[in-house]
Write a protein that binds this ligand. Structure first.
Ligand SMILES: Cc1cc2nc3c(=O)[nH]c(=O)nc-3n(C[C@H](O)[C@H](O)[C@H](O)COP(=O)(O)O)c2cc1C
Length: 407
């Protein structure tokens, strides 16, 4: 059985001839019925006022919250106003994030993009959007940013028509759909998901997410995580998960669509858990050497744990026949840890302490120098000692900063 995901589009511009909204229309037309995209105008949403919130929130706000909750994922686009995101969109996000602890966007897959007549494409605005969305907390699609520069030349009759820009944005939508379903996605203008077991008649998108629903999905996820880590993907059936968690199979299908969807959610959740401490390390006040050493030792400390090694073996075993899993792991795991290192390298470059290079490329080289060999040895049962780890890290830092060439 195939079933399309339902997407919601929010534009940060109220302008009739808005280029941002035109981008959403272009995507909507390209996706057509394969992943219907409903664009919700934000004209009626009033400026946020906590006095008006609560049970008697304005109708437009209730409509906004409900549209977000009943969608499978959201595409948000903002113009850049004075180097920031549009106030209209920020205001809508503020409403959507309340009441406290019940954000409509909590865990919701969100793809962000910006567009501007300038060649910078509103990239600064996107940075702000992402920061706000993380605090809400939405499930941001982790991928290279979609910025559309010179957008006024790419739009005709209120619709994005430029082929390259459309392709670029559609690749992001594919990643969003991947994030939502973790199943087969086609990049050629749409998607479909094959569910192993048919869903009950009520469409999944019509199910309103509640705090209890979140708790149930968390319970399913954490119980299934331990089962999968212990016995592998094939070693665990949906029936066994149901027996361990309680409830019925419908709970699993409602929350995760199918066993594969649950598995992808587990992979992302585990990546988040493993990297939770790493992403908050503050190395900003440290020297280059100390900063790199701190990051490297922290990361190795995480990756060489037995639990992570079991997880890594599981990924390797299953990815060949289940590529969405590898993509989910790559985006939530190594790409994320590399980007933390890249941020540090970029800051050092800006401060003139490192020569200019692509920070992500440099971070990847450093990351792989410290990780690859030690992790593989550990996976093969030969765990390096603390002294070996320190020696390897120091050698890698020296090679990274000074190379091996005679000067
Ligand atoms: C108040 C204001 C501030 C703007 N600041 C920026 C800016 O900082 N960077 C930029 O790229 N464009 C800036 N622009 C240009 C907008 O990106 C441009 O008007 C864009 O087309 C608006 O989006 P829309 O077409 O979706 O309405 C600004 C426009 C306005 C009205």
């Amino acid at each position: 059985m195939t079933q399309a995901f339902r997407l919601l589009g929010l534009s940060g511009s109220l302008r009739r001839a808005s280029n941002s909204t035109a981008v959403l229309r272009g995507l909507r037309d390209a996706l057509a019925s394969k992943a219907p995209l409903d664009i919700l105008p934000l004209h009626e949403v009033p400026p946020y006022n906590e006095d008006d919130d609560g049970e008697h929130a304005p109708e437009s706000v209730r409509a906004l919250r409900s549209a977000i909750e009943t969608s499978d994922g959201v595409i948000m686009i903002s113009p850049e106003y004075n180097h920031g995101m549009s106030g209209v969109l920020k205001n809508a996000l503020d409403w959507a994030s309340r009441p406290y602890g019940q954000s409509a966007l909590r865990g919701k897959p969100v793809l962000t993009m910006t567009a501007s007549p300038a060649f910078t494409g509103g990239v600064r605005a996107q940075q702000q959007m992402n920061e706000t969305l993380v605090s809400i907390p939405a499930r941001l699609v982790l991928r290279p940013q979609i910025v559309i520069g010179g957008v006024h030349e790419k739009v005709r009759d209120g619709c994005l028509v430029d082929e390259a820009a459309l392709r670029f944005a559609l690749a992001g939508v594919d990643d969003l759909l991947d994030e939502i379903g973790g199943s087969a996605v086609s990049s050629s203008g749409g998607m479909s998901v094959t569910t192993a077991t048919p869903l009950p008649d009520a469409p999944r998108r019509a199910i309103r997410r509640t705090r209890r629903g979140d708790e149930k999905s968390e319970q399913i996820r954490s119980t299934a995580t331990e089962l999968f880590l212990e016995r592998g993907y094939d070693g665990v059936s949906v029936d066994e998960i149901v027996r361990a968690v309680g409830g019925s199979k419908t709970n699993i299908y409602n929350h995760f669509r199918n066993k594969e969807g649950l598995f992808v959610a587990i992979v992302k959740g585990l990546c988040e858990d493993f990297l939770a401490a790493f992403v908050t390390i503050d190395v900003s006040a440290l020297s280059i050497e100390e900063g790199l050493r701190t990051l490297a030792l922290a990361l190795l400390g995480i990756l060489l744990q037995d639990r992570h090694l079991a997880f890594q073996r599981l990924i390797i075993a299953e990815t060949a026949r289940f590529p969405a899993l590898g993509r989910a792991w790559s985006a939530s795991g190594p790409q994320r840890s590399r980007s933390i290192i890249a941020q540090f390298i970029e800051k050092q470059q800006r401060a003139g302490r490192l020569r200019r290079s692509d920070p992500h490329q440099s971070a990847t080289l450093f990351h792989d120098m410290i990780i690859f060999d030690l992790l593989h040895r550990a996976m093969l049962g030969d765990k390096p000692s603390d002294d070996e780890i320190r020696h390897r890290v120091d050698t890698a830092i020296d090679a990274f900063l000074h190379g091996f060439e005679w000067k």
